[in-house]
Write a protein of this length. Sequence first.
Length: 116
Amino acid sequence: MAVTPFELARICAKAADDKKASDLVLLDLSGLSDVCDYFLICTADNARMLGSVVDEIEEKVKKNTGMNPLSHEGRAGASWVLLDYGSVVVHAFLPEARDYYRIERLWGEAPRVDCL
C-alpha cells in the first residue's frame, strides 16, 4: 500500500502516541533537506518505554504500509533510537538525550506540522 510521506509520518506519530510518548513534534523538512521529508521527534520516560514506543511504530507502519525501516540506530541501552523510513525519520529519545541533542533547535527553520 503506497502512502505519502505525510501519511507515513502520521502513522508513526499515532503509534508513538498510543504508547504514551510525549512531546511529539513533526518537522516538515521537504523544502530544507534532500535526505527526508519529515522528522518525527518524541520522548519516552524510560528505556523500557523507549523500546515499547519504537516497537509500536515498527509494528503499525508494517501493518498499515508493509514497510520496514531502511535502517535503525540504537536499541538496547540506548537513549536515542532512530528509525529511517526514507521519507520519514523517527527520533525517539529519553528526556536527557533529547535535551542534550535538541534536534528541534538544529532544524529551527523547519515548519512544525500537526501530526495527531
